[in-house]
Write a protein that binds this ligand. Structure first.
Ligand SMILES: Cc1ncc(COP(=O)(O)O)c(C=O)c1O
Length: 376
């Protein structure tokens, strides 16, 4: 689905009355533009995508080998709970396997927590701009999203605590935040959790957590270990380079995992995904290389953008938000014509900004050259 209007137009008026209440008001997710689409539309062959925060390093060779070895078994249903991967993750984080849920991508964790907790009209508080799935899944479950604007491009935890009311069941904190790359420290999050009433669950989305290198960045699994009402989301889509396989996971107290298991489908994580993720988890060298490339790419953008007088936000993730100082849509289009796909900030109300996934050195250089030309 390319945009919301197209999706709505696809339901004839006389059929729309069949839709469940509220469904037609849901704006469908707008993904980053795929490489194939740009190649087709613009007649280009050499296109790079720096729009969806995928890993420029690709998957670990060990993951590829494990997927290859698992191919012969795909006529057999996968194991539902992904027990081996679950045990490996539990060992990694020092928690019991009952405190881990392996899911069909991190997105699936967001859906499950909403379906598990929200009754009609109950509220989920989150910041804005942030990852749109929190509001989307809240609505799908019949809940009501409560949006609290960011302050200085970061989650305003004071204002979010104040927005929590008797109907609030859930809070979403994206740490580091997509699309701003900002983060909240250990003490800030702890002070926030201390202010919450016991009927509220906080999801800390650490989809980009592995990239965070600030010493003040918290590992939210610590809160889970200490028995807080916290669910941590993590994914194999980013640092592990397995976005196409769709594997994510939740770390949470046993009772929350047990609730999230209720609404989910029988075989959410396919055999190849389980095998690939398990092998990727064990390939520490690949992760280290990916981190190094990201750290160098980050420094490159900071340096080069500063030299041009272009503002950007310091980032704890694998993307960087750049203020081009004018409507970023035409800039995005001009970069697209040069075969570089980035993300214009309009969908988040960040009209003069571009979100750029940090790539390998050659990608970053090409991206910057395309930006220079687009701005000149
Ligand atoms: C903040 C955040 N959370 C969760 C996800 C979901 O990732 P996935 O479903 O690929 O695991 C994404 C994907 O971009 C994200 O940006």
């Amino acid at each position: 689905m390319a945009d919301g209007r197209a999706a709505r137009a696809a339901v004839p008026t006389d059929m729309s009355r069949l839709a469940r209440r509220g469904i037609l008001d849901l704006p469908p997710y707008v993904p980053g533009k795929p490489v194939e689409e740009v190649q087709r539309e613009l007649g280009l062959t050499d296109v790079i995508k720096m729009a969806s925060n995928e890993s420029p390093m690709g998957p670990s060779p060990r993951a590829l080998a494990a997927i290859g070895a698992a191919l012969g078994g795909i006529h057999i249903y996968p194991e539902g709970p992904a027990s081996e991967l679950r045990r490996a993750l539990a060992a990694r984080y020092g928690v019991d396997p009952d405190m881990v849920l392996v899911s069909n991508g991190g997105d699936n964790v967001i859906t499950l927590i909403c379906l598990a907790l929200l009754n009609d009209g109950e509220e989920a508080v989150t910041g804005w701009p942030t990852f749109s799935a929190y509001e989307h899944c809240t609505r799908v479950a019949g809940g009501r999203p409560v949006r609290v604007p960011l302050r200085n491009h970061a989650f305003d935890l004071e204002a979010m605590a104040a927005a929590v009311g008797p109907r609030t069941k859930l809070v979403f904190i994206c740490n580091p935040n997509n699309p701003t790359g900002t983060f909240k420290t250990r003490s800030e999050i702890e002070a926030f959790l201390d202010r919450l009433p016991p009927h509220v669950v906080t999801m800390v989305d650490e989809a980009y957590g592995e990239y965070a290198d600030d010493p003040g960045y918290p590992q939210a699994v610590d809160y889970v270990r200490r028995g807080r009402n916290v669910v941590v989301l993590r994914t194999f889509s980013k640092i592990y380079g397995l976005a196409g396989l769709r594997v994510g996971y939740a770390l949470a107290p046993r009772w929350l995992i047990a609730l999230m298991e209720r609404p989910r489908e029988p075989f959410p994580v396919n055999r190849l995904a389980q095998a690939g993720a398990l092998a990727a988890l064990e390939d520490a060298d690949h992760v280290a290389r990916s981190l190094e490339v990201n750290a160098r790419g980050k420094e490159f953008f900071y340096r080069e953008l500063a030299a041009r007088g272009i503002a950007c936000l310091p980032t704890q993730a694998n993307f960087i938000l750049i203020d081009v100082g004018r409507d970023s849509r035409p800039v995005y289009q001009a970069m697209l014509r040069q075969g570089v796909i980035v993300r214009p900030g309009g969908i988040w109300g960040l009209d003069t900004w571009l979100r750029v996934t940090i790539g390998r050195e050659e990608d970053n250089r090409r991206c910057l050259a395309a930006l220079d030309r687009a701005l000149s």
